[in-house]
Write a protein that binds this ligand. Structure first.
Ligand SMILES: *Cc1c(COP(=O)(O)O)cnc(C)c1O
Length: 382
């Protein structure tokens, strides 16, 4: 719930803006710290979910590491206080420049996705007279027991190294003088709400552990990636960290000296953010009513990009309920936040909150239509 006092303060602020509730963020981080530290797990926050400098600073102050997918993210993470040796660098397309900078910055590990990539890292590390530490991102081909996955599971994915390539990878890596293989890395997908998916991942990892052991390869790091989902219907609901961590604890079989690493993104920041907007116009369509708001897909692209559903609240009306198509001002039909959505009687000037927008919201904002980027307001600033 966004309280009455806060709503009153919203009235005077120019919209649209992202509102970050620091209370929610801090509570989430406390829980994450408790659940991970107690088990000896190492958390790397996935910076791409929300790289807002202040949010990064708060997350780094809890002692977590960072999972980055570009040099600019690594740079932002270091500037926000993350220690370079607690930063991992993922992504299928790391450029030479990014690899060089990451080696010079002294990051912990490259999560590698192909032999050609490892070769380039080896070459650049050799030029720098350094040893680059790598983990292999292995494509787990997890049967996620959803129809969606059954159809996409057979598709070629650009991510990760296939298990049938591992033999070759080990052979090649053993010939590279400036590479040290430290771990295996996985990332099954995002917004996963079925815990059984993570159980399947653990089972798969346990099998691979056998395989690596049989090849006399000792790995110190087992990185299960991110993906824990949040409840978009219930923005007040905290992510299921306890359930997720105890499931992993129960099913994963770590070898002596191994440390489990995780890369949560969405679950860390999703529920602390709301996109706050004002209603510009209410317009009758032939069989719907449009509530045209001043936030659009340039501010929050998830509904347009993934048909994602966010809870929408009219913070300033208690009127009778009607159904609205909540749309933005951008010149694209996909600029729609919800269709036939029940809201109290809505009029020009009402304040609309699009909830659970802390992850992949501000981070994905664009200037399409030459719009201004959304403003940001933290709960302790008003
Ligand atoms: C995006 C990403 C994450 C974070 O995923 P969430 O679903 O936000 O938790 C973690 N690891 C890798 C490699 C990623 O690409």
């Amino acid at each position: 719930m966004i309280d009455k006092e806060t709503i009153e303060k919203f009235r005077d602020l120019p919209t649209p803006f992202y509102y970050y509730n620091l209370g929610t963020l801090n509570e989430t981080l406390e829980t994450l710290k408790k659940e991970s530290l107690g088990r000896g797990y190492k958390v790397h926050y996935a910076v791409k979910a929300n790289p807002n400098p202040r949010i990064l600073k708060i997350i780094s102050s809890f002692g977590f590491g960072a999972d980055c997918v570009s040099w600019n993210e690594i740079d932002a993470a270091i500037k926000a206080g993350f220690k370079p040796d607690e930063i991992v660098f993922a992504g299928v397309g790391k450029s030479d420049y990014e690899i060089l900078n990451a080696i010079e910055a002294g990051i912990f590990c490259f999560n590698c996705e192909s032999i050609p990539e490892i070769e380039v890292i080896n070459k650049i590390a050799a030029d720098q007279k350094k040893i680059a530490v790598i983990s292999l991102r292995i494509n787990p081909l997890i049967d996620a027991h959803t129809h969606k996955y059954i159809t996409t599971g057979i598709e070629e994915s650009k991510f990760g190294i296939h298990t049938w390539e591992l033999e070759e990878v080990l052979k090649r890596v053993s010939e590279m003088k400036n590479i040290r293989l430290t771990g295996m890395h996985f990332h099954v997908g995002s917004q996963i709400t079925r815990m059984s998916v993570f159980q399947s991942l653990c089972a798969h990892i346990n099998e691979l552990q056998e395989w690596f052991a049989s090849h006399n390869v000792n790995l110190e790091v087992v990185n299960v990636g991110g993906g824990l989902g949040i409840d978009y219907e219930t923005p007040e609901k905290a992510p299921a960290f306890a359930e997720y961590f105890s499931l992993i604890d129960e099913f994963i079989e770590l070898r002596p000296g191994q440390v489990l690493h995780l890369e949560p993104g969405r679950s860390v920041v999703g529920q602390c953010g709301s996109l706050i907007s004002k209603v510009l116009y209410v317009k009758n369509g032939s069989n719907t009513i449009f509530a045209i708001i001043d936030a659009g897909m340039t501010d929050l692209i998830r509904p347009a990009l993934y048909q994602a559903h966010h809870k929408i609240e009219n913070l300033t009306s208690q009127g009778s309920i009607h159904k609205y198509d909540v749309v933005g001002p951008i010149c694209e039909s996909s600029d729609t936040f919800a269709k036939f959505y029940e809201l109290p009687d809505t009029k020009r000037g009402d304040i609309i909150a699009i909830r659970s927008a802390g992850a992949y919201g501000e981070a994905m904002a664009s200037r399409y239509n030459l719009r201004d980027l959304p403003r940001v307001v933290f709960s302790d600033e008003i």
